[in-house]
Design a protein around this ligand. Structure first.
Ligand SMILES: *Cc1c(COP(=O)(O)O)cnc(C)c1O
Length: 394
């Protein structure tokens, strides 16, 4: 990701910033699109992972749809050129205003998360003399085997409609004159690296579609959600996730009816590896128990480690991956353990504890890798920090 020229370029720039490798992004998108096309699968990009305009532009240019979780995301998707017939809208707390935005935009489908929401969408659609297409988000009670902070498909989670409520759902759908049922939707969590989890999901999806068909509903769309994980530990060994293997699980284990569409909502897997947060060491504090590296970026620029206890690889670009001369001197320099922290006035503002790094100094350039998903989008102005800029490979 960082050749010598790129690092020389960084040296001229003020830090912190997000660096986007647009070549890697496009390569990732191409591999995913080709793997999905092979089976006729549809992918909606989960916009909440990253809505940087250049990223959206690249994704849209490959013909992906958009998975939105707010009215503003719906508007932005359409303004960015995504086809309204490929826009879906999920979320447990859609406001009336947001529902109206999506109705006005004539999006493909609302992924509905409660019976009350079905009734509200029906009322709002009726007031506009429209029909809203809806899919039912079912909570399948499948364990995603991921961090509990990012699990969404268990009974204890707030998302989706539980199995025992489905009779009421069917009754509501029959009563609601301004709703068109198009299918069923699932999303069980994020950063899923064990593909066996998706096999269990397929089993539940098959049961659910049988249930709806038995009740006389035609299930046109099976939306399996997203969640495919990336390798945060080895961002350079296999930067492109195994889209082939992922789609194949669904091809093999879903009972896909003739004419039925299978939809996916990938976020992280499409964008995570294509960006890094670039920062400089402000201070080196040698304590009695700990050595601290204080970076000029913190939780205001990248909150994943603090919010989800997420691991992200930290590299000293000045000493680890620069020119051969520097690399040579690195082998002579000693490896030390540091707590890598940010400048924000919160004790949780720590990227990682006890990181083994070559001895580091004020001014060294650091990269926090795999920062393209849930990075820039979560930046805040807390402590009245500057808004973080982006730098692109081209
Ligand atoms: C966040 C989200 C996704 C994408 O999740 P990733 O782990 O980034 O792939 C997909 N669908 C829904 C409903 C979501 O909320």
């Amino acid at each position: 990701m960082f050749d010598t020229d790129t690092i020389s370029r960084f040296k001229e720039l003020e830090t912190p910033f997000y660096y986007y490798d647009l070549g890697l992004l496009r390569k990732t998108l191409r591999v995913c699109k080709e793997a999905a096309d092979k089976y006729g699968f549809h992918v909606h990009y989960a916009m909440k992972a990253n809505f940087n305009p250049k990223v959206l532009q690249a994704i849209q240019s490959f013909g992906f749809g958009a998975d939105c979780v707010s009215g503003n995301e719906v508007s932005k998707a359409i303004a960015s050129g995504f086809d309204k017939n490929q826009v879906v809208f999920a979320g447990v707390g859609k406001s009336d205003k947001e529902i109206n935005t999506a109705l006005d935009a004539d999006i493909f489908c609302f992924n509905v998360e409660s019976i009350q929401e079905l009734n509200i969408i029906n009322d709002l659609a009726k007031a506009k003399n429209k029909t809203a297409r809806v899919a039912i988000r079912i909570n399948p009670n499948v364990d995603a085997h991921t961090h509990h902070f990012i699990t969404t498909g268990l009974d204890e989670n707030k998302f989706g409609i539980n199995g025992w409520q489905l009779n009421d759902v069917a009754e509501t759908l029959r009563k609601c004159t301004n709703l068109e049922f198009v299918g069923i939707h699932f999303h069980i969590g994020s950063q899923i690296t064990d593909l066996e989890v998706y096999k269990s999901l397929c089993v539940r999806i098959n049961e659910m579609q049988d249930w709806f068909e038995d009740k006389g509903f035609r299930v046109k769309v099976l939306n399996t959600g997203g969640g495919l994980g990336v390798d945060y530990h080895n961002p350079d060994t296999k930067p492109i996730p195994d889209f082939e293997g992922y789609f194949k699980v669904f091809k093999d284990f879903l009972k896909i009816r003739p004419g039925q569409e299978v939809h996916f909502e990938l976020g992280r897997a499409l964008v995570a590896q294509s960006a890094a947060l670039i920062s400089r060491v402000l201070y080196v504090k040698n304590g009695q128990k700990k050595n601290f590296l204080v970076l000029d970026a913190g939780m205001t620029e990248l909150i994943r480690p603090m919010l989800y206890q997420a691991y992200m690889k930290i590299e000293n670009l000045t000493r680890e991956s620069a020119s051969p001369q520097v690399r040579k001197s690195e082998s002579e320099s000693q490896i030390l353990k540091y707590d890598v922290v940010g400048p924000i006035c919160e004790s949780t503002d720590c990227f990682q504890k006890d990181v083994e790094l070559p001895e580091s100094f004020r001014g060294d350039l650091f990269a926090i890798r795999t920062a393209g998903a849930y990075g820039e989008v979560m930046a805040s102005r807390y402590n009245l920090r500057d808004a973080i800029p982006s730098v692109y490979s081209e």
